[in-house]
Design a protein around this ligand. Structure first.
Ligand SMILES: Cc1ncc(COP(=O)(O)O)c(C=O)c1O
Length: 601
């Protein structure tokens, strides 16, 4: 068994045992002690080269030298055979050998021509992180199980970039390996899985964040869109710091929740009443419940590609292949409609059995998909006519698209709005806000014809004092729209700059924005015949070219920019200098990738 021991150092310029040249894997020397009692080394013609015992195998491995053509080979149909290696024996002969490892173990090794060869036996889980490759050779092996972690197939593309990534972020690997042993699924958000291993962040300020080794990035995740004014926005920091000293939970009503609701109501046109939750997911779940309670109907219409969090009804259609454990009833009562050909949704609403229609009013996928005032108007008219609750999920767009969200910008006011992210200043939180008569299903409920409608709602951290303090500070500071304008102008510059650089470098990348300070990236759209604009094909393109999206992301990480592969959230902290720096990073990333098959136009 491989035994994990605490790394003595995570940043050593060269491998102390190999005398340099192993920056990427040096820490494994410190991290693993190996016990190779079941490892056997064979010569090329199948003869056993070394007796099966710890000492001799260890010795054989440690004394051997990787020779030319040393790239390992993994044959998934023969789990015992991990790799072919070339040993140089004591008398100078070069022997090709198979390293045979017990099925539960895997080997990872330093690969460099003419350097000592070390084997490290890892458990299957650990080995998922280890990509063995030669810096000088095009081929490489992924030593690990045949089903790699999410996003990992993309590591097959363009080794120099992946190698640079592994080198630059080597200090994150020990955390990734430890996480694989203790965190279920190895991370806390499915979409944070990234191959060959994720970058671990230490701290952030303004438009930047820094990893555990001090590498700086310009950040375009921006708290998944919640940090409209950048990391560490002073008014929020001050409000939360003071609130920490005054109490983090009172188990009771507090004045800040009243003030916070009033601010929401002042900014969001539909918000006659507000109800706080602990996240956006909770808000959309509650909004659907409100729609059902209010109408006495069951069916909810949602739109293809529109994201509303991870509860069963929001996600059941999103990832049909990952639906284990979902309540089958959730699928039965949710109808998925096309946001482009929405006549079928209108027909369904006219049938009179629809409780609610929920959508991202600025386009699904944080605005990557198309939206139109016409769509919003048609839905508004049909839902009003047929007594259906219209729900705008403005978790992304509220306070960003305009201080009052898409509904303020378009004048189309829904019955109910879901809010989160910017709402609570980058701390956990969410809310449902809506028309007073619809929201009357809370508290003592309301008589609806011959029916009494009352919906329960609790939640330990609803409107918790820290989130409330952060949210109030945030909303007070963004109410005049200045931060939104700054972020939007920065996004325009960024999008234009990315497209100019993509043209110059002739890479198949295109950036666009769709009404607010979020940019969207298309990789391979020209090759796949996908329009260079918001379209439903964006989702298909991502599925078809996931590896290339990830490759661009990895190249940008190497160059000092961290972005979601599909889009990025821009903040008011992204000033001209930051945008210039970002464009320089895009230019370097495009230089890396312009000769990669599949990235060219
Ligand atoms: C439009 C939209 N709705 C709901 C959610 C879920 O919010 P949370 O992640 O706070 O649960 C998200 C999250 O990204 C979102 O983008």
């Amino acid at each position: 068994m491989a035994t994990l021991v605490e790394p003595q150092s995570t940043r050593v310029a060269g491998c102390p045992r190999c005398q340099g040249g192993h920056e990427v894997y040096h820490y494994m020397h410190n991290m693993y002690e190996f016990d190779v009692d079941r490892a056997r080394v064979f010569t090329q013609d199948g003869r056993e080269a070394v007796e099966v015992d710890d000492e001799s195998v260890t010795e054989a491995i440690e004394n051997s030298t990787i020779h030319d053509d040393h790239v390992g080979h993994v044959d998934p149909s023969k789990p015992g055979i991990i790799s072919f290696v070339y040993f140089r024996t004591d008398d100078g002969e070069v022997v090709k050998a198979q390293l045979l490892i017990d099925g539960h173990h895997r080997a990872a090794r330093c690969l460099r021509d003419q350097v000592p060869f070390h084997a490290y036996l890892l458990t299957e889980e650990e080995s998922r992180a280890i990509v063995v490759r030669s810096p000088d050779k095009p081929g490489h092996s992924l030593i690990g199980p045949s089903t790699p972690p999410l996003d990992a197939p993309d590591t097959d593309l363009h080794e120099p970039t992946t190698l640079d990534y592994e080198r630059k972020y080597a200090a994150s690997l020990p955390y990734s390996l430890r996480a694989r042993k203790i965190i279920a699924g190895a991370n806390t958000h499915d979409r944070r899985s990234f191959g060959p291993f994720g970058v671990y962040i230490d701290h952030a300020a303004g438009a930047r964040k820094w990893d555990v080794a001090g590498n700086a990035f310009i950040d375009y995740w921006m708290g998944h869109g919640s940090l409209l004014c950048g990391h560490g926005f002073r008014p929020v920091v001050d409000a939360v710091t003071q609130q920490m000293l005054r109490g983090t939970h009172f188990g009771s009503c507090h004045p800040m929740e009243v003030r916070w609701s009033e601010l929401v109501s002042q900014l969001i046109p539909s918000a006659e009443r507000v109800r706080f939750t602990a996240s956006g997911t909770e808000a959309t779940q509650l909004a659907m419940r409100i729609a059902r309670a209010f109408t006495g109907r069951n069916v909810i219409i949602k739109f293809e590609g529109h994201f509303h969090g991870w509860h069963d009804e929001a996600m059941s259609h999103f990832f049909p292949q990952e639906r284990a454990g979902f309540n089958p009833g959730a699928v039965e009562h949710v109808v998925v409609a096309s946001p482009v050909f929405f006549e079928s949704a209108l027909e369904q609403i006219a049938s009179g059995n629809v409780a609610g229609v929920i959508l991202e009013p600025g386009g699904g996928g944080s605005g990557g998909l198309p939206w139109s005032v016409e769509l919003l108007e048609s839905l508004r008219e049909a839902t009003r006519k047929h007594g259906t609750v219209l729900i705008f999920d403005e978790v992304i767009t509220a306070f960003r698209h305009s201080p009052g969200g898409v509904q303020q910008a378009t004048g189309i006011v829904p019955d109910v709005t879901t809010l989160a992210k910017i709402l609570s200043g980058g701390l956990p939180g969410g809310a449902v806000a809506g028309r007073a008569d619809v929201m009357a299903v809370f508290g003592n409920g309301v008589q609806r014809g011959d029916r009494y409608a009352q919906t329960p709602h609790t939640g330990t951290f609803n409107a918790n004092p820290l989130s409330a303090a952060a949210g109030i500070a945030m909303l007070e500071n963004i109410a005049d729209g200045a931060h939104q304008d700054r972020a939007e102008i920065a996004t325009e510059r960024l999008v234009d700059g990315i497209n100019d650089l993509a043209d110059e470098n002739e890479v198949d990348v295109f950036a666009y924005m769709n009404g607010t300070s979020i940019y969207h990236l298309l990789v391979g759209a020209r090759k796949e015949g996908v329009p260079l604009a918001p379209s439903l094909d964006v989702t298909l393109l991502y599925r078809a070219r996931q590896a290339y999206f990830a490759l661009l992301r990895r190249a940008l990480l190497v160059e000092g920019v961290d972005t979601h592969p599909l889009h990025g959230w821009v903040s008011s902290a992204h000033d001209d200098a930051i945008i210039d720096e970002t464009l320089e990073a895009f230019d370097r990333a495009f230089h890396r990738l312009r000769d990669v098959d599949g990235m060219q136009r």
